[in-house]
Design a protein around this ligand. Structure first.
Ligand SMILES: Nc1nc2c(ncn2[C@@H]2O[C@H](COP(=O)(O)OP(=O)(O)OP(=O)(O)O)[C@@H](O)[C@H]2O)c(=O)[nH]1
Length: 634
């Protein structure tokens, strides 16, 4: 794939630049556009900071830790979610660093930001070695024809094993490591060598062809004062502040108010030329107008006014709309918060084109929304932001993948919530999404990983040895098995030494059933789940046991049952108890009594009534907590 050079000869001749004089004298020779790719925690953000500091782009004093990750949540979790860019200068060269998100949920964004570069620093933690995400990102970089510069980071750690890790990079990825930079982003070792390598090894962007302005969007975000700010890489031609631009895939035109470069602060410029990285804003109000991966050009009318002869140019390759991998219901604990939740989702979506939602109502949970997420992390982030930034108390239902059901009438129905699964007698065929998953693990844990793969209905496809001691185990597996606690299980069974990466490979027929939950004989639709028929018995029992744990004792006995259609497959009961939390306080300690009552009230906040039973938040996601490894007994 060569998205940046796909302009044809004919276009080069027929579409002169809108600003020909500027372009004619422009050289890209001194520009280097690069990304940093790494597995989570291998030091990407720390290295980015150090590069900006060494090039005096930003002074050490101004640097709050890790300037490129500027969302609060990112700082707290230490993960990069949104991309940002920074321009620095080194020995007469302009280096544009484009940051990439570090999590599997955001692979598409990584791929688009890499498409805006000619090179990538591959940062590998010298005490850890290559991980699944290192590999996945290297493949993305190779897909985009990037020059890859390996960097061995954290060389200062006593646990660093440079020889072993170099062996892994050479053996597992096939990169020549004879000149690998030994670095410590923390203590500043090797930073000049890295900058020098970027200048020497990363090719400059292609020179302008004389064609019209084209740019690739690699990020955009909403600013309350300026509207949507778009980050892009100019691929060809030139843009001037005030030009009218067209977003080719979104098919919308907008005025630009300001264009400029990122240092990483926004610095306005009059022109941005081929090869440069910058931002623009104007009359854009909706992030859906300026999606990551889209191509920007000048509007037809505008080009016509400048040039009588012009031809429409095409979008660059690789654009995709993000597709949610899973859905969950979000309901306000307090029904009065519904409007607030709707407004808050609207605001979050301004920044996140991958967030999709539609209203949903449930007898038990009231009015809320069914929300599409890219993955579990995405879901956690959205939930946390809604609760923190918008002060909402939410009930979140267990996430579900999207199943495909063919009805007896031959219709295809996509089902993203168990409650919407057609009744058994109306289903002719059911299918579920599968992923190809690659697990990287020290070879001594191969057995443990395969045990887990087996439990999760995985089909073993391959075992590869990156080195004598590290293997890659490849499975095809239902996505539903991966989005639950697969990663947690993998970590705990391999003592934290494994990593994984997956991608969707399509739908496969699978015999599925809807497992319902009854509380004191009443159906509780938000607790229903869809599972493979062979796992129904075990899931039913697990779910009933988990609910027994999560639902607090009530003043009366509560029976919890799991059923498929009319058939009860598991049952358990929670005995009655008078819950007097203050009973423990002897006599007079009124402050302690108050504290306990307050605590109980806070606990109550996240409860919903199912019939006459109080059900806490934890119960709604109980299905995620089922131990799938216990003997099935079915
Ligand atoms: N000892 C040592 N620690 C380092 C070095 N570089 C980074 N760290 C530490 O490693 C941890 C992770 O570093 P980050 O820079 O946040 O890692 P990251 O790859 O950006 O992580 P994500 O943003 O989650 O992708 C932090 O605690 C850093 O202080 C290094 O060279 N030496």
């Amino acid at each position: 794939m060569k998205p940046l050079n796909s302009q044809t000869e004919a276009q080069q001749i027929e579409v002169p630049s809108a600003h020909p004089d500027k372009v004619k004298s422009w050289s890209t020779e001194k520009i280097r556009n690069f990304s940093i790719i790494a597995h989570i925690d291998h030091g990407k953000s720390t290295l980015a900071d150090r590069l900006l500091e060494t090039t005096k782009t930003i002074s050490a004093r101004d640097m709050s830790s890790q300037v490129l990750d500027n969302m609060d949540l990112e700082k707290e979790r230490g993960i990069t979610i949104k991309l940002q860019a920074a321009r620095c200068e080194y020995k007469g060269h302009v280096l544009n660093l484009i940051d990439t998100p570090g999590h599997v949920d955001f692979t598409y964004e990584v791929s688009r930001s890499l498409a805006a570069c000619e090179g990538a620093l591959l940062v590998v933690d010298a005490s850890q070695g290559i991980e699944a995400q290192t590999m996945a990102n290297v493949y993305l970089a190779l897909d985009n024809d990037l020059e890859i510069i390996p960097v061995l980071n954290k060389i200062d750690l006593p646990a660093a094993e440079p020889e072993r890790v170099i062996g892994e990079i050479e053996g597992g990825i096939g990169l020549d490591c004879s000149n690998i930079v030994h670095a410590s982003a923390k203590s500043g070792i090797g930073i000049d060598d890295i900058l020098q390598s970027i200048v020497e090894l990363v090719p400059p962007p292609p020179a302008p062809t004389g064609g019209a302005f084209r740019a690739l969007i690699f990020d955009s975000y909403y600013d309350p004062y300026k509207g949507i700010i778009v980050f892009f890489r100019v691929v060809d031609g030139c843009i001037k502040s005030g030009d009218k631009v067209r977003f080719i895939n979104s098919k919308v035109d907008h005025d630009t108010v300001e264009i400029g470069v990122l240092t990483p602060n926004q610095v306005p410029k009059e022109y941005l030329m081929a090869g440069e990285v910058g931002y623009l804003y104007g009359s854009i109000k909706d992030v859906l107008d300026a999606r990551v991966g889209d191509t920007i050009t000048l509007t037809s009318e505008f080009k016509k006014s400048l040039l009588p002869e012009y031809k429409e140019i095409e979008a660059m390759e690789g654009y995709a709309e993000s597709v949610p991998m899973m859905y969950a219901g979000l309901f306000p604990v307090d029904a009065d918060d519904y409007e607030n939740l709707r407004d808050s989702l609207g605001k979050l979506r301004l920044n996140d084109a991958s967030l999709t939602y539609e209203p949903e109502s449930s007898g038990a949970l009231g009015f809320g929304f069914r929300i599409g997420f890219l993955g579990l992390l995405h879901m956690e982030i959205i939930q946390e932001r809604l609760e923190r930034e918008y002060d909402l108390d939410l009930i979140v239902t267990a996430p579900s993948v999207v199943y495909e059901v063919e009805t007896t009438k031959g219709e295809i129905v996509m089902v993203s919530s168990a409650a919407k699964m057609p009744e058994q007698q109306l289903r002719a065929k059911t299918s579920e999404p599968y992923v190809r998953i690659e697990v990287l693990t020290p070879s001594e844990y191969n057995g443990k990983v395969m045990e887990l793969g087996q439990e999760r209905r995985g089909i073993l496809k391959d075992i590869k040895y990156a080195t004598e001691t590290r293997s890659t185990i490849v499975y095809e597996m239902p996505l539903a098995e991966v989005i639950t606690d697969f990663f947690d299980q993998l970590k705990s069974r391999t003592k934290g030494y494994s990593s994984m990466e997956y991608k969707l490979i399509g739908y496969r027929e699978s015999p599925l059933v809807r497992l319902d939950v009854l509380i004191n004989g009443d159906m509780a639709p938000p607790l229903s789940t869809i599972c493979h028929v062979d796992q129904a018995q075990r899931t039913g029992r697990g779910l009933v046991n988990a609910l027994k744990e999560f639902i607090p004792r009530q003043l009366f006995k509560v029976q919890v049952q799991a059923a498929i259609g009319a058939k009860i497959i598991a049952s358990s009961s929670i005995s009655a108890m008078r819950k007097d939390v203050t009973a423990k306080c002897y006599g007079g300690d009124i402050s302690r009594k108050k504290k306990l009552l307050k605590k109980q009230a806070a606990g109550k906040k996240r409860m919903k009534m199912m019939g006459n039973v109080e059900v806490p938040q934890s119960a709604f996601t109980a299905v995620l907590k089922i131990d799938k490894s216990e003997g099935s007994g079915d």
